[in-house]
Ligand binder design. Structure first.
Ligand code: SAM
Length: 238
């Protein structure tokens, strides 16, 4: 997968050299390039922002450098991803869909965001998706790119040592994962549930499923409601 990130703070993306993302880059599974938006400015101050039309506090990113950056970096397969608190909530389902793309181009906003015309113009040439990390406001899109790219990269074939990790984890089937334990069997007076040491894989699988359902019902009833909604839809469709 090819990924381009445009930002005024390329250093913010330095962690993308570390750990499994760094390995995915080194192996060529993830072809990632980070670009400084100021490369597409032409004045002595390398200006990327200006005051908002209509008034109000803060600054807005000007369309010209963004337009030139997209002209240079976008191709026929490009999906432009715009981190924004006004975007669609980012979920594991979004990560799965994006992991199947050939080319993602991330546009990191700063200040009060990017001039809307950049996206209106881009939408005539490529797919554009605004994605939100959650209902809060960050300084800029860079942290959102780190999160989204990490979630996508671990889904790319060959990145995780054991692909089964992707099958049982939280949000894979709409539930939260059951609690996990490792050695020692007893620690500070707390024992690992006996069933996990029984060696009976059928019972263990059933226990984990029950725990996953119970945890999800307690912590995220909205996920249970979504599962029920989906299964009603499947029944009606059948
Ligand atoms: N004025 C914007 C608004 O009220 O919707 C907020 C701009 S925010 C200060 C600057 C940039 O941070 C945004 O353009 C976006 O790239 C990023 N950002 C902030 N919150 C975000 C969130 N919850 N999810 C994704 N990106 C976010």
């Amino acid at each position: 997968m090819r990924v381009d990130v445009v930002t005024i703070f390329p250093e913010y993306l330095a962690p993308l050299d570390l750990s499994l993302i760094g390995k995915a880059r080194a192996s060529g599974t993830l072809q990632l390039a980070v670009h400084d938006l100021r490369r597409w400015t032409h004045d002595v101050h390398r200006t990327v922002d200006d005051t908002p039309y209509g008034g109000g506090p803060g600054m807005v990113m000007r369309p010209e450098p963004w337009g030139q950056a997209l002209d240079e970096l976008a191709g026929p397969q490009t999906h432009l991803i715009v981190p924004s608190p006004a975007g669609a909530p980012f979920t594991q389902a979004t990560a799965r869909a994006l992991a199947a793309e050939d080319h993602l181009l991330f546009a990191c906003g700063r200040y009060e965001g990017i001039d809307q015309r950049v996206f209106d113009h881009a939408a005539a040439r490529m797919r554009v998706s605004e994605i939100s990390l959650g209902d809060y406001v960050l300084f800029g899109g860079e942290v959102a790119v780190l999160v989204v790219l990490e979630a996508i990269t671990r889904l790319l074939p060959g990145v995780l040592g054991n692909a089964d990790s992707l099958v049982d984890e939280s949000h894979a089937d709409g539930l939260l994962e059951a609690p996990m334990y490792t050695k020692p069997p007893s620690w500070r007076g707390l024992d690992v549930p006996e069933i996990l040491r029984s060696g009976d894989h059928g019972r263990i699988a059933r226990w984990r499923r029950e725990q996953a359902l119970q945890r999800t019902a307690e912590r995220r009833p909205d996920l249970i409601a979504a599962l029920e909604e989906r299964s009603r839809g499947t029944d009606q469709g059948a």
